[in-house]
Design a protein around this ligand. Structure first.
Ligand SMILES: Nc1ncnc2c1ncn2[C@@H]1O[C@H](COP(=O)(O)OP(=O)(O)OP(=O)(O)O)[C@@H](O)[C@H]1O
Length: 706
């Protein structure tokens, strides 16, 4: 394919100029199947036994094809291979770029033809569709095979409106037409791709969702179970306390201006000792390598210890997680929490919610680290995993429950969690948790039977961005005397990230990307794109270019997402192509570069994305491709963000910003703005607007959220 007309690519038949040829083990960088191998149409994925599995893991690209193969009568092999699914998770990247079929629709019979013809690209592409129905069956079988206890049975039939209730006929291979994604039912705005099992239905892009509790299981829709049980994290102390070093700019945090608004704010503390935490917590803090407080910690810890509600906004990577975890744990210890024990109904003292599975898992690991050696038990539950597994984790005891919203509501619906004892409710990435996508669910949560009123609980909202509109909505969750902590400019970018904006038209983006990645070498890089399809396509493309790449987005199975992240973390795949599902919160050591292949539709999203690098005082680089055809709405807020972070602003960008200038940004329907102050002080004077993109469905982002 010679251009990047994505719509054309998706909808118009064409013959690709990139015909992938995959070869076992060649160019493979890992066993996860998340890297691509150029090779011939190996069918060894279909072999029995470990070697087959291993190869399958390695030959990501081929997995789609092999799914088709399995459908051709090798159903007994499906479980193993598909679970390990390759990069394309059977989605057959080749299908996109390399076949002459549309992404989403096709004639499943074509698989057989393609496969028999030995035509790699066709076969791999079409097999997705051919394999779809069969693979679902396989997943169901897998679930049954493992479901030998109450909870597994309890999980029941999962939601697959994509298959049976999709807005598109199932036969069309809705959404990605992805045979792996059998869990994914309807909804990602793509006609039934995103499944209820993913906890989210993105009826209009990312912004609406529905939980299992809302009928997925009780409805008339039948489908396979989600069977994925995430591997338990390592239990040894070294792993629990593993951390990366603070960077050379860590001390510069002290120079950032902090503003606290609201009445009777307790004074900031300057050292951990001043927090007067118990000895076990202090030991854990030391083992985690924390010697000095970051600004958000200096201010938030005493505020939370004083029992106040808090909205805290601080730059990405500056330690917000510990800022809420430490005082909560200190309170729980102070209150003489008793060891949580096995009970069918658990009543956690603290609930923490975050918008993505990987992020909530990360928060859980932090909670586990800081509560090490105490009787506080933290538990994590999130979508894309077996519900029975989540329940089993909970019933063993639960003081601090870390959850994605969908799974949380499901578990509450199943009466495994009672809310009466909740003393702390934390919304991490709070602006995201309160926007149109998750806001309704959060409202449901606070009005659930048993949930203490806001007067009776402590509510803590944290993010690096807080649009004014969201701040206003947050009032419903917070006591009126809440405190607002702003570290630096609210919504501002981290200054440790060197930002570069290049004018690159869509047709030149891939070439530019390869050029940059080659110059970067093996340094860890996140490449953000705007859609799930594009994430697959770009990852495939990079692998063809022999750049070890993996990808993460909402259409990948949870197992694959975790594998991808693991491979990126450990450096096996130094390039991670991601949608906005990875934009917030993820704390990955040594991410030196973020590349916005596509700019996001809002400036807040931009701030979060580039915040995956330059964390904890380390430096990083962000390069963004600005396409004047599509990104002009961002020019003005981008200039503002660059200026505030003392970055060079290209003259051409200033010109565009000037020519598209809209006073107060209110004319822009997509260019989000950020508040500069606590909205209770009145409308902020800088860079504010009546419009917040957080309240507006995003026309481009097709990511699914949970
Ligand atoms: N006081 C500290 N000393 C040393 N390291 C710290 C300290 N506080 C936090 N860190 C480390 O800094 C990194 C970033 O912290 P964290 O993930 O909490 O940032 P964040 O502000 O929540 O970022 P984001 O806005 O992207 O979610 C983590 O690896 C964390 O362990």
């Amino acid at each position: 394919m010679g251009d990047e007309d994505w719509e054309a690519e998706i909808t118009k038949p064409h013959v690709s100029s990139y015909v992938p040829v995959f070869e076992k083990d060649k160019y493979s960088s890992g066993a996860n199947g998340d890297t691509f191998n150029r090779t011939s149409a190996s069918s060894s994925e279909m072999e029995d036994g470990p070697s087959r599995k291993d190869h399958f893991m390695r030959s990501g690209f081929a997995s789609g094809r092999s799914l088709g193969n399995r459908d051709a009568g090798q159903s007994n092999k499906r479980e193993n291979t598909s679970i390990m699914g390759g990069f394309g998770s059977g989605k057959s990247f080749g299908n996109r770029g390399f076949s002459n079929n549309k992404f989403e629709e096709g004639d499943s019979s074509g698989f057989w033809k393609g496969h028999q013809d030995g035509n790699d690209s066709e076969a791999s592409g079409l097999s997705r569709r051919g394999g779809r129905g069969s693979f679902r069956g396989c997943r169901g079988g897998f679930g049954l095979g493992r479901s030998n206890n109450e909870y597994d049975q309890d999980e029941g039939v999962q939601r697959t409106s994509g298959l049976f209730g999709s807005r598109r006929p199932a036969v069309s291979g809705a959404g990605h037409g992805d045979s792996y994604q059998c869990r994914s039912g309807s909804g990602s705005g793509r006609g039934g791709y995103k499944g209820l099992n993913e906890e989210v239905i993105t009826g209009s892009g990312k912004n609406s969702w529905k939980s299992e509790a809302e009928g997925g299981e009780s409805g008339d829709i039948q489908g396979p179970k989600v069977t994925y049980i995430p591997p338990p994290p390592p239990e040894d102390e070294d792993s629990i306390f593993a951390h990366y070093q603070t960077g050379i700019n860590f001390d510069k945090y002290d120079t950032i201006l902090v503003e606290v608004s609201g009445h009777d704010a307790p004074p900031a503390i300057l050292t951990f000792e001043e927090a007067n935490l118990c000895q076990t917590l202090n030991n854990n803090i030391a083992k985690a390598g924390y010697t000095k407080l970051t600004p958000v910690q200096k201010y938030s810890i005493p505020i939370i210890l004083a029992g106040r509600d808090l909205m805290a906004c601080a730059q990405t990577g500056s330690g917000k997680t510990a800022a809420f975890l430490l005082p909560i744990l200190a309170h729980l210890m102070r209150d003489g929490i008793t060891a949580s024990r096995f009970k069918e109904l658990q009543e956690p003292e603290c609930i923490i919610v975050a918008p993505t599975r990987e992020l909530i898992n990360q928060i859980y690991l932090e909670a586990r680290k800081f509560s090490f050696g105490t009787c506080v038990r933290a538990v994590v539950i999130y979508g894309g995993t077996q519900l029975g597994h989540s329940i089993r984790q909970i019933v063993q005891g639960c003081n601090v429950l870390c959850a994605t919203p969908g799974r949380l509501m499901d578990i509450i619906g199943k009466e495994k969690i009672g809310l009466k004892q909740v003393k702390y409710l934390v919304l991490d990435e709070a602006d995201r948790m309160l926007d149109m996508g998750f806001g309704p669910e959060m409202k449901k949560l606070i009005s659930c039977p048993g949930m203490p009123s806001k007067e009776q609980r402590q509510t803590l909202l944290f993010s690096a961005t807080f649009p004014e509109e969201i701040q206003r909505l947050a009032g419903e969750f917070l006591k009126t005397n809440y405190l607002f902590v702003a570290v630096g400019q609210v919504g501002g970018a981290c200054r440790d990230v060197q930002q570069t904006v290049l004018q690159v038209g869509q047709y030149s983006k891939r070439e530019k990307l390869v050029e940059i990645l080659r110059s970067i070498g093996d340094e860890r890089t996140m490449v953000f794109v705007e859609t799930k399809k594009k994430a697959d396509f770009i990852a495939t493309f990079l692998c063809q270019e022999k750049i070890s790449t993996t990808s993460i987005h909402g259409d990948r199975e949870q197992r694959e997402r975790e594998q991808a992240l693991g491979d990126f973390r450990c450096g096996k795949c130094p390039v991670l192509v991601a949608t906005s599902v990875a934009a917030r919160g993820l704390d990955i050591e040594n991410v030196q570069h973020v590349i916005n292949f596509d700019l996001p539709s809002t400036i807040d999203e931009y701030v979060h994305r580039i915040g995956r690098t330059g964390r904890c005082g380390n430096t990083g680089r962000a390069i963004s491709f600005f396409d004047p055809e599509s990104d002009n709405h961002l020019a003005q807020p981008l200039v503002k963000v660059l200026t505030d972070a003392q970055q060079d602003v290209p003259a051409w960008l200033e010109e565009i910003a000037f020519s598209t200038y809209v006073p107060g940004f209110s004319g822009s329907t997509r260019g989000n703005v950020f508040a500069s102050v606590d909205t209770r002080k009145g409308k902020s004077t800088l860079n504010t607007a009546s419009f917040s993109s957080s309240q507006t469905p995003n026309p481009v982002d097709d990511e699914s959220w949970d």
